[in-house]
Write a protein that binds this ligand. Structure first.
Ligand code: FES
Ligand code: FES
Length: 175
C-alpha cells in the first residue's frame, strides 16, 4: 500500500512533517505523532472542548478538524503558551485559583480563555461564562474556572509593557 504524502503542520512555531491521510483528525496527529498531549480526547464528537487548540488564534476542536483544514495555518497547543518554569498568565491564574479537580477539561478552558482575552482583555463575568459555555466540565469546577479567567485578565493587565511585548514575541515565535 502506498504511504500518504507527508503533510506539513506548523505547530507552536515549528514546522513538522507527518505521514498521514489528509482526513486524519488533527488531534490524533498532535497527540500520536507529535507527542503534544495538552489537547485531550474527550467525546471525539466536537462537543466537550477537551481537544481545543488555536488555529490562527481561533479556538478549534481538533477532534473534528482534519489535518487538511489545518495545513498552512498556525496551530497553537497548550504547550505553545508557556512552560512549567514560565507559565502563561492564563495558566498562572488557573494555578493560583486552583481551578481544577480532575483537570481533564482544563486544556479546552485555558485555550478558549486565552483566545477570549486576546480579543477582549477585560471581559465581564457573563462574557466569560458565555465563551466557556461549550466547554464541558464534569467535575463542576465552573466557579473557580470563571474566577481564574478574571484573575488572568488582572495578571495580563498588570504585565509591564516590555514583558507583554516579550510575551507577544514569545508566543508569536511559538504560535
Ligand atoms: S474531544 Fe473534541 S470536542 Fe470533545
Ligand atoms: S476539572 Fe474535571 S472535567 Fe473539569
Amino acid at each position: 500500500m502506498n504511504r500518504p504524502a507527508p503533510l506539513t503542520l506548523k505547530v507552536n512555531g515549528a514546522t513538522h512533517l507527518v505521514s498521514a491521510a489528509a482526513d486524519t483528525p488533527l488531534l490524533y496527529l498532535l497527540r500520536n505523532d507529535l507527542a503534544l498531549n495538552g489537547p485531550k480526547f474527550g467525546c471525539g464528537l466536537g462537543e466537550c472542548g477537551a481537544c481545543t487548540v488555536l488555529l490562527d488564534g481561533v479556538p478549534t476542536r481538533s477532534c473534528v478538524t482534519t489535518a487538511k483544514v489545518a495545513l498552512g495555518r498556525e496551530i497553537t497547543t497548550l504547550e505553545g503558551l508557556g512552560t512549567r518554569a514560565a507559565p502563561h498568565p492564563v495558566q498562572q491564574a488557573f494555578i493560583e485559583e486552583q481551578a481544577a479537580q480532575c483537570g481533564y477539561c482544563l486544556n479546552g478552558m485555558i485555550m478558549t480563555a486565552k483566545a477570549l482575552l486576546d480579543r477582549d482583555p477585560h471581559p465581564g463575568v457573563e462574557t466569560i461564562r458565555r465563551e466557556l459555555s461549550r466547554n464541558l466540565c464534569r467535575c463542576g469546577t465552573h466557579v473557580e474556572i470563571v474566577r481564574a479567567v478574571q484573575r488572568a485578565a488582572e495578571l495580563l493587565a498588570a504585565q509591564p509593557a516590555a514583558t507583554a511585548a516579550q510575551q507577544g514575541t514569545h508566543e508569536g515565535a511559538r504560535a
